[in-house]
Design a protein around this ligand. Structure first.
Ligand SMILES: CC(C)(COP(=O)(O)OP(=O)(O)OC[C@H]1O[C@@H](n2cnc3c(N)ncnc32)[C@H](O)[C@@H]1OP(=O)(O)O)[C@@H](O)C(=O)NCCC(=O)NCCS
Length: 262
């Protein structure tokens, strides 16, 4: 869906960012793993199909997805690409046409070295909170392979309860109904989360400012040129100011185009 396309959720262990084409190559690499295909009940896709899937996650109103970044890595290295900090994804499907308050949740911490450290838990909590407060969801379901004990346990710790088991699909369905007390509990569990818009408004590192900073840094030749043009205009300075005087803005424009187009 387009609703979260500019949203960033900043937690202690994870940062959730919208799924963009920048993330597709690494995501595609992950999904070549047969273990991940089995655990997430996914079919292998070609790279082209993965790009099409990313576009459908962006466009389709019944799907909401975030890429999960390792917050520690992401914050420790200003300027690090999101791709280099990716550890997994978390998704919501609004599957039930008759019940728009029900969302099916999925999570994957694809990087094995990042599992068992609380990242999956925080990613799910952040998504539950987003689903509850922004999408108006009051019921969440997770369909999990019956042998996927880590996932079953994690969702149980997050107050999900088993409501069905399918021997055909060899999966169990766990459900969380957001009662008043669960609502309160979820708000408490996620009170540290910073929402993207506020975070973007406050931080000098916010993505839409980075191109501007890039312009400032890369445009240094313009600042060297500009004082010279001022000098030319001083009484007694060289008479011909036009060439140098125009160079500054031209350099700025060029650098801006390069930076913003990157
Ligand atoms: C399942 C998964 C999302 C859990 O994320 P995670 O970051 O590794 O889990 P957390 O560190 O947040 O652990 C939360 C709880 O899950 C349970 N858990 C996690 N790993 C476990 C393991 N290897 N064995 C048993 N329980 C485990 C524990 O109850 C744990 O709580 P505790 O640390 O207090 O004991 C992650 O392992 C994963 O993505 N695996 C591969 C893909 C997958 O199975 N996705 C789910 C599809 S439904």
């Amino acid at each position: 869906m387009r609703l979260n396309q500019n949203t960033m959720l900043l937690g202690k262990k994870v940062v959730l960012v919208p799924y963009t084409s920048e993330h597709v190559p690494r995501y595609h690499e992950w999904m070549k793993s047969e273990e991940l295909q089995r655990l997430t009940a996914s079919e292998p896709l070609t790279l082209e199909q993965e790009y099409a899937m990313q576009r459908s996650w962006r466009e389709d109103a019944d799907k909401c997805t975030f890429i999960v970044l390792d917050a520690e890595k992401w914050q420790a290295q200003p300027g690090a690409t999101e791709e280099s900090c990716m550890v997994g994804d978390v998704n919501l499907f609004l599957t039930d046409l008759e019940d728009p308050t029900l969302g099916e949740i999925e999570v994957m911490i694809a990087e094995p070295s990042c599992r068992g450290k609380g990242l999956g838990t925080e990613a799910v909590l952040a998504m539950l909170s987003y689903g509850m407060t922004t999408l108006g969801l009051t019921k969440f379901e997770a369909k999990i392979g019956q042998e996927n004990e880590p996932s079953i346990r994690m969702f149980q710790k997050l107050h999900f309860e088993q409501v069905a088991a399918s021997s055909v699909f060899q999966e169990v369905t766990l459900r969380l109904t957001v009662s008043e007390s669960e609502h309160q509990w979820l708000l408490e569990q996620t009170s540290h989360l910073e929402h993207g818009w506020e975070w973007r408004d406050l931080s000098p590192w916010r993505p839409e400012v980075l191109p501007w900073l890039g312009v400032k840094l890369q445009a240094w030749p313009a600042f060297l040129v500009f004082p010279f043009s001022l000098y030319q205009e001083l009484p007694g300075g060289p008479a011909s100011v036009s060439t140098q005087g125009q160079l500054g803005p031209l350099v700025l424009q060029k650098q801006a185009a390069v930076t913003l187009g990157a």
